[in-house]
Design a binder for this molecule. Structure first.
Ligand SMILES: Cc1ncc(COP(=O)(O)O)c(C=O)c1O
Length: 364
């Protein structure tokens, strides 16, 4: 009998990640509000650094990412020795699962948590364990109830994707304090820069050797296409993760653009305040059309419709009008659509169309 290659256990349970759509058949210049990208793009300094890197394409990049880590450390007041850089924060999530979870181990994520937690846990052969949220907010007590002696990792995004909601500092502190020392708590701060004065969980990392923070250049820095992220943790954890990291995981262009981007604080501040302004405008406009949203701390809002059918119909209507938003049924939110905060004309357009959709539906 012929034999076939067999993937490792867990691999075939992975449902491949579905990214936000970027095209609509037959529509040029669609408005893309489906991937939480920065409507204003990266800072000019990052583009110039990327272009300069094109002169050295024949050279291998450095392996220790020192200059980028030093810049991140300086800007965020963190010890560069406790920072690791990766191909998006996705790669840091992958390293964490590979390093700390395997067959028989459990990885906790929350009901509406970012899908890469489950995918990376399965890829490592571990068992993802979902715990409930409370009205689309991460519930610390539910997480604590979900912890068993097999739990190795817990992932929380704060602010969360796709809900946009946050867990308070006190609650997170309570969670970190209650966990056994051999359970790694990962605080995913992909959207942390959108929250004024929020450290993304760095102070908890400084306090607890089993807490890790991940961050990305894909959101507020506008570099999603380049794929750069980083993690901050105790030296022991960073040492473990570095053993898994390919020496040349980041290219010269990635390193140069990210360093320029993190140093441009004016760009970050501008994107943050503009996002906050347009986010509250959009949330109000949607509320006026009978579409509620939770208070979002990120660069998107989660619009709630009366049913999954209505959300699907609105999504189809928006597509016909050239606007792409994100369906989130895969996140157990079939009656919702996630809408990225675009520039002002995009926000006005999507609000206007949803108003038209709701008005039309009400007239029927
Ligand atoms: C909560 C969260 N974490 C991590 C990521 C991954 O970001 P990247 O791999 O681009 O750094 C995303 C991207 O959408 C996200 O929403």
């Amino acid at each position: 009998m012929s034999k076939e290659p067999q993937p490792q256990p867990g691999i075939m349970d992975i449902e491949p990640y579905v990214g936000g759509a970027s095209k609509i058949e037959g529509v040029d210049n669609a408005i893309k509000l489906s991937s939480n990208e920065n409507a204003w793009g990266p800072p000019q300094a990052a583009v110039e650094a990327f272009q300069r890197a094109s002169h050295d394409l024949h050279r291998y990049p450095g392996t220790d990412h020192w200059s980028l880590r030093a810049a991140i450390g300086e800007v965020h007041q963190l010890d560069p020795e406790r920072i690791i850089c990766g191909v998006g924060s996705d790669e840091i999530i992958t390293f964490l699962c590979q390093a700390y979870a395997g067959p028989g181990d459990e990885v906790i994520h929350t009901e509406h948590g970012f899908s890469m937690y489950r995918i990376s846990a399965l890829a490592a052969g571990a068992t993802p364990v979902e715990v409930p949220e409370r009205e689309r907010v991460v519930d610390v007590d539910a997480i604590l109830e979900g912890v068993t002696e097999r739990t190795r990792l817990i992932f929380i995004a704060n602010p969360a994707n796709p809900t946009g909601t946050m867990v308070g500092k006190k609650e997170l502190g309570r969670l970190a304090a209650a966990l056994p020392g051999d359970v790694v708590l990962v605080l995913d701060g992909a959207y942390a820069e959108f929250v004024d004065g929020f450290d993304g969980g760095a102070s908890l990392v400084n306090r607890y050797p089993n807490v890790v923070m991940t961050r990305t250049f894909s959101k507020i820095y506008g570099l999603g296409g380049l794929r750069i992220g980083w993690g901050y943790a105790a030296r022991e954890i960073i040492d473990v993760l570095n053993r898994l990291r390919g020496p040349f995981n980041l290219s010269t262009a990635q390193l140069a653009a990210a360093e320029a981007a993190v140093r441009d604080r004016a760009h970050v501040a501008r994107c943050q305040s503009e996002t906050a302004r347009l986010r509250s405008w959009l949330a109000n406009a949607l509320a006026g059309h009978g579409v509620p949203t939770d208070t979002s701390s990120a660069n998107f809002v989660l619009a709630r419709f009366t049913s999954a059918e209505e959300a699907d119909a609105c999504d189809a209507f928006l597509k016909r009008e050239g606007v792409i938003v994100r369906k989130v049924a895969g996140y157990k939110l079939p009656d919702c659509l996630r809408i990225t905060i675009g520039d002002e004309p995009s926000c006005r357009r999507v609000a206007h169309l949803i108003g038209q959709f709701k008005g039309g539906a009400a007239d029927e």
